[in-house]
Design a protein around this ligand. Structure first.
Ligand code: AMP
Length: 249
């Protein structure tokens, strides 16, 4: 079966982001960009399934500017077989990405679609759920374990109270949590091999998808600076502070 993996190009997790002076968004000039960490986990999972013989082709998809090719090459260096870039310079919101992915799901007919649970730039945590709803597929979000059998996929999910196990009929959408696996480092030979793997480019128009934004960002502000912590000498002093200063008890 085919696995389709969505990979987003985001600001690297080590970068301390700055808000633009006009408050219109995050300043992306000269900022290091990387594959979204949860998507790296998604690619690793798909590649492990291929190594186990459960999956026979792993397709990585990225939606965005031409530079997303780099993100696709990273996915292919981990082990994805080919890449699809849905190229646009327009701003893409989760609903638009979900519609683009649905168009590719219709075309490629994968049995498994793996996404990250959230993109670390917008923290939306929406695309996988929207895709499953639009395509009428079963879904399991925040997966920490995925297993396959004749009857479909068994997914263990991380929820507030502990773990939940779901049985899914295929095709299904799965979104990855941090503990699903630890992605491998791409080796130099695999980075070189990835350069030769097929990478197709399509546009949202060719897929017949309207990507017009439905939400407008009114303003973006830095969080208020936090005051430094203090050490209290004993429990009585801590309780006094919680009562009189923080007023939380
Ligand atoms: P979000 O709903 O924005 O938090 O994103 C959740 C997941 O959807 C990400 O971890 C990716 O797997 C996928 N995704 C979101 N935006 C894109 C994009 N522009 N290209 C490819 N995948 C994306």
């Amino acid at each position: 079966m085919k696995a389709l993996v969505a990979v987003k190009r985001v600001v690297d997790f080590n970068v301390k982001v700055r808000v633009k002076s006009d408050g219109s968004g995050v300043d992306l000039a000269n900022v290091k960009m990387s594959i979204n960490p949860f998507d790296e986990i998604a690619v690793e999972e798909a590649v492990r399934l291929k190594e186990k013989g459960v999956v026979n082709e792993v397709i990585a998809v990225s939606c965005g500017a031409n530079a997303c090719q780099e993100t696709l090459r990273t996915a292919m260096a981990i082990g994805a077989d080919r890449g699809i870039l849905v190229e646009t310079d327009a701003e893409l919101q989760p609903l638009a990405v979900a519609k683009l992915l649905k168009a590719l799901v219709d075309k490629e007919q994968p049995q498994l679609i793996i996404l990250g649970k959230q993109a670390i730039d917008n923290d939306c945590n929406q695309t996988g759920q929207m895709l499953a709803a639009l395509a009428g597929l079963s879904q399991a979000t925040f997966a920490s374990r995925v297993e396959f059998s004749e009857s479909g996929a068994t997914v263990t999910r991380e929820i507030d109270g502990g773990l939940e196990t779901l049985q899914l009929a295929l095709p299904a959408v799965v979104t990855t949590d941090l503990r699903l696996n630890e992605p491998r480092y791409a080796t130099l030979p695999n980075i070189m091999k990835a350069k030769k793997k097929p990478l197709d480019t399509v546009t949202p128009e060719q897929l017949g998808v309207d990507i017009a934004p439905r939400l407008t960002t009114l303003s973006m502000v830095e969080p208020a600076p936090r005051s430094a912590g203090v050490k209290v000498p004993d429990v009585a002093a801590l309780i006094a502070k919680l009562k009189n200063e923080a007023k939380v008890i």
